[in-house]
Design a protein around this ligand. Structure first.
Ligand code: ZN
Length: 503
């Protein structure tokens, strides 16, 4: 059995190496590649992803997994060995439904579409990407059809790209419950006088913004011996191996929040990846497939930590030192209120914590309408504007800050891309509540610039397990119960009640 297990590890290592190579190719495309590289890059990604897929669907791997079933069943569910066999089997069975030609075509199409989007967004030219997106929609439906018997066409897509086992019906119920609470909350806050945040939009030199953001990332625990930061159009975190976890960011001179909170967000993702048990390197256990779990960590660090008053008790004097001409005369309290200003806005990644989920829920609904055939790609920009008008009361003046703002549909499939953000927000509060129960002085530690206790707790309870557990299993293990929206609502009401008056 030991040799069988070694054989499994060897096979999965080769697949992980190909996936790591694909990640480098994609990262390079999104950071440094000159425009002329796009056609070659799409071809290279298609080839590498085909090879990885062929290895993952090799019938001999299936035989090996059958031979290992007895070993798996003899071991505890959460042991490394049983988890490796279980998670590999899930990947094998899922991948085996999808032909290698399709995987390769989708990889080519994704890279080509990303290139078109990268040109279309600055040019505000939706027509340029429309045919690509129409093809994406077709490919997304075809992908779903490799998994017949679904309740909703998006079910297999969510399972495939972002949240194993999660169904549309579950997300819809969760979102409608949340929406019922959030809409009146946003309206109530909108009636209160807003804080002044004009100083966040004075000029902040790019190089100093980047240096400060990276300093914050490092102080909360990002290991630069195993990571680095580069500029991109739409920030992401990517893992080439557990020794090389990279973040990306973007900067605007007239908006301090973009690079700062975007970087803390990506650092949260990177802390998760850097915290995975090094023994999992080269196996599927080194990959966290759940977008909800991953976003719970980016949003936890970005918001519950990074937008808290104690966090800025520590960092604000340093920030004032970096930008004395702009922030020298702005008191901490005013800065804290400004970075937590609630205001319906156009851009999801810059949205405040209270309105953020409305951006997500409308994207999720539009995705489903596209997949259900109730909405065409041609109608999408108008549908987008209409939902912003009705849900947030703001209307994008153009597609650049409308339907073209997020890379997701233009670098992946349609379906499964967005629900993880809101699930992540909910979970972040639930996990943080659990951490505070064990360490009631966490916020006091932040004020002293100490993030170690929280990081160690998260590593121990969540990060080190990598891809061992599904979202539902992880929530149960960490909090002793299922996913609940109450801690999130309590957190919002308390924090924004203090900022805006009782809610
Ligand atoms: Zn994220």
């Amino acid at each position: 059995m030991e040799t069988r297990l070694a054989e499994l590890r060897k096979r999965m290592q080769e697949i992980a190496d190909l996936q790591g190579a694909a990640a480098v190719l994609h990262w390079d495309q999104a950071t440094y590649m000159p425009a002329g590289g796009a056609p070659g890059r799409a071809r290279q990604l298609a080839t590498v992803e085909r090879l990885a897929h062929e290895k993952l669907t090799d019938p001999q791997l299936g035989n090996l997994l059958e031979e290992l079933r007895a070993l798996e069943e003899s071991l505890p569910y959460d042991s490394d060995e049983a988890s490796l066999i279980r998670v590999t089997r899930r990947l094998y069975e899922r991948a085996s439904r999808v032909p290698a030609d399709f995987v390769s075509e989708l990889a080519w199409h994704r890279a080509t579409t990303y290139d078109a989007w990268a040109r279309a967004r600055p040019a505000n030219d939706f027509a340029l990407v429309r045919p690509f997106l129409e093809r994406t929609l077709t490919l997304s439906r075809e992908l779903a059809d490799f998994f017949p018997g679904y309740d909703h066409v998006a079910d297999p897509l969510i399972d495939y790209v972002s949240e194993p086992g999660l169904k549309v019906a579950t997300v819809r119920a969760l979102f409608s419950e949340l929406r019922k609470e959030l809409v009146p909350l946003v309206q109530e806050i909108a009636r209160r006088p807003p804080p002044d945040d004009s100083f966040l939009h004075r000029g902040f030199p790019t190089d100093r913004q980047l240096a400060f953001s990276l300093e914050v990332a490092r102080q909360i625990g990002y290991d630069l011996q195993r990571g680095r930061m580069d500029l991109t159009l739409h920030p992401f975190t990517t893992t080439f191996s557990l020794g090389d976890v990279r973040i990306t960011t973007r900067v605007r001179q007239d908006d301090l929040s973009e690079a700062l909170f975007g970087t803390i967000h990506e650092t949260g993702h990177a802390l998760y990846e850097q915290g995975i048990d090094p023994a999992f390197e080269g196996t599927p256990l080194a990959m966290v497939l759940s977008s909800g779990l991953h976003e719970s960590q980016s949003r936890l660090w970005e918001n519950l930590v990074g937008r808290s008053l104690p966090f800025w008790n520590h960092f604000y004097p340093r920030l004032q030192e970096v930008f004395p001409e702009v922030l020298g005369d702005v008191p901490l309290e005013a800065f804290y209120r400004a970075i937590n200003r609630v205001r319906p806005s156009l851009i999801r990644t810059e949205a405040d914590e209270v309105t953020y989920n409305l951006h997500v829920i409308l994207r999720f609904d539009l995705e489903l309408e596209l997949l259900e055939g109730k909405l065409t790609v041609r109608e999408l920009p108008d549908a987008w504007r209409e939902r912003y008008r009705s849900d947030l009361g703001v209307v994008p003046p153009d597609d650049r800050d409308g339907v073209l703002q997020d890379a997701h549909w233009f670098e992946g499939i349609i379906g499964g891309a967005f629900q993880g953000y809101t699930i992540g927000n909910i979970l972040a509060a639930q996990f943080f509540e659990a951490a505070q129960r064990e360490h009631p002085d966490l916020l006091h530690q932040f004020a002293r610039g100490e993030f170690r206790t929280l990081l160690e707790w998260l590593r121990d309870r969540i990060y080190r397990h990598g891809g061992k557990f599904t979202l539902a299993e992880m929530v149960e293990r960490v909090t002793g119960g299922p996913l609940r929206i109450e801690p999130y609502l309590i957190y919002l009401r308390q924090k924004y009640g203090e900022l805006y008056g009782p809610l």
